[in-house]
Write a new protein. Structure first.
Length: 455
């Protein structure tokens, strides 16, 4: 057992500790194995960028509930807003009796999302629901059925969202048949592009390939929408160029195709802008949002051009719990917090520090092939050889496990499962960040030593 007592991290037991092990036995007896877990323990308290488990161990959280906690664990004013709402009423269903917070949040999102055109917004529960409903709206408005997504894209685990998702295992294997009229094209991956191509030539080839699809695969006249993440999340934090994203927008305009931007992981300050698409000077037709919208309360949104959003008739979109009153009041406070506390600027500062530390680690450890990201959405890609760039998936698990054992929570990503991603709460202090990175570096060193000790 490694006992760690630092300024923020306190590890007093093995991970999992005795209380967590008892809970794990109950979990194994009662919960199926399908829902995965990164840290083999159970939370009792979250505050800012710190998590404490049932055995009294305190961790620095670089996973942020898979990007759901840009505002941090339990931001006080959000918690107070939720408590106040709970005292009034928990739920009425917007479809039965409406409430003002739903309208206020729609007004706010219509104002802060890109574009000066008239917009409308409605709410659901999860990112996958937002994606499915954005597609429904696009199909209703255009009268077309086909949808194009991108290689390595992740859009959810429900049938249509899963059909649009690229990674086979663990998301799609054995779950077919999938929704029809979904097509996939290549998305830039500059670290793995053909070496003879410049970035500009590579972008041009990918955009030409997208247009060629209208000849070889599906007519443009049948395509309702192209959906894309402005930074790929589950795909490995792959950042496209402004040239490529603007090229997709131009193709959509040329063929009357709607552009749907999936901001579920990138939204609400993560990349240093309120929404990542703002980095590209592109205005989408529809946007999907969830995760950090409400500091962990389940809520998602679709915002889009008013005339597009009006296409479905009453009753054709919605859901019993969509736009929970608890989620709406939490989201209003989160948006206020992001601006009041300067967390967009903080995302840039956190991202710069992360990249600086990770690049120093890259100099030490030859298996760190790439350091990349946008704002505080940062990742490292692990490879067996920097020349061949062969993925080193086998290193990811040991590094994550050792990091957690020492008190730092990180997660994996990437189509090859060889990426470690960082999604720290934007309220993380510099001292917490540096302590967490010190511990991570120790974990990487331990994994490197384990690698060299193998015969």
């Amino acid at each position: 057992m490694t006992i760690t007592n630092r300024r923020f991290v306190r590890i007093q037991t093995d991970i999992p500790g005795p209380k967590a092990r008892a809970l794990l036995k109950r979990k194994e007896a009662n919960v199926p194995r399908g829902p995965f877990n990164t840290a083999p323990t159970f939370a009792v308290k979250g505050e800012g960028a710190l998590l404490t488990d049932v055995d009294g161990n305190t961790f620095i959280d670089f996973a942020g509930a898979i990007g759901s906690l840009n505002a941090g664990h339990c931001p006080p004013r959000v918690v107070e807003a939720i408590k106040a709402q709970a005292d009034r009423f928990l739920h009425t269903s917007y479809h039965v009796m409406m409430y003002e917070s739903y309208i206020a949040l729609a007004e706010k999102l219509n104002t802060i999302t890109p574009g000066n055109h008239a917009k409308k917004t409605f709410f659901l529960n999860s990112g996958a629901e937002a994606v499915e409903n954005a597609i429904k709206i696009a199909r209703k408005y255009t009268g077309r059925s086909a949808v194009i997504s991108f290689e390595r894209g992740f859009h959810g685990r429900t049938l249509l969202a899963m059909s649009l998702t690229s990674k086979v295992k663990p998301y799609k294997y054995g779950f077919g048949p999938f929704a029809p009229e979904t097509y996939r094209v290549a998305y830039p991956y500059y670290y793995r592009k053909p070496p003879e191509l410049s970035d500009e030539a590579y972008d041009r080839e990918l955009l030409e390939r997208l247009e060629r699809m209208f000849i070889a695969e599906v007519p443009a006249e049948s395509v309702a929408a192209i959906i894309m993440e402005p930074v790929q999340g589950e795909g490995g934090f792959v950042v496209p160029s402004k040239r490529f994203v603007q090229g997709v927008r131009e193709i959509c305009d040329r063929y009357g195709i709607l552009m749907i931007v999936d901001e579920i992981q990138t939204g609400f300050g993560r990349t240093g802008k309120m929404f990542a698409i703002e980095h590209y000077d592109v205005v989408p037709d529809l946007m999907t949002m969830s995760k950090s919208i409400a500091a962990g309360v389940p809520l998602s949104a679709v915002t889009g051009r008013a005339e597009i959003m009006e296409a479905p008739s009453p009753g054709e979109i919605g859901g019993t719990y969509g736009g929970s009153p608890l989620g709406c009041v939490a989201a209003l406070e989160v948006i206020e917090l992001l601006t009041r506390e300067g967390l967009l600027e903080r995302a840039e500062a956190i991202g710069a520090q992360l990249k600086e530390r990770l690049r120093r680690m890259q100099e030490r450890f030859p298996f760190i092939g790439d350091v990349r990201g946008l704002g505080a959405m940062v990742a490292i890609e692990l490879v067996r050889d920097r020349q061949t760039k062969e993925p080193a998936k086998e290193l990811v698990g040991p590094i994550i496990a050792e990091s957690i054992r020492r008190g730092v929570i990180v997660m994996s990503a990437g189509i090859y499962s060889n990426v470690i991603r960082f999604l720290p709460p934007l309220v993380m202090t510099d001292d917490q960040l540096q302590e967490g990175m010190d511990i991570l570096e120790e974990a990487v060193q331990a994994a490197a030593e384990g690698l060299t000790s193998k015969p």
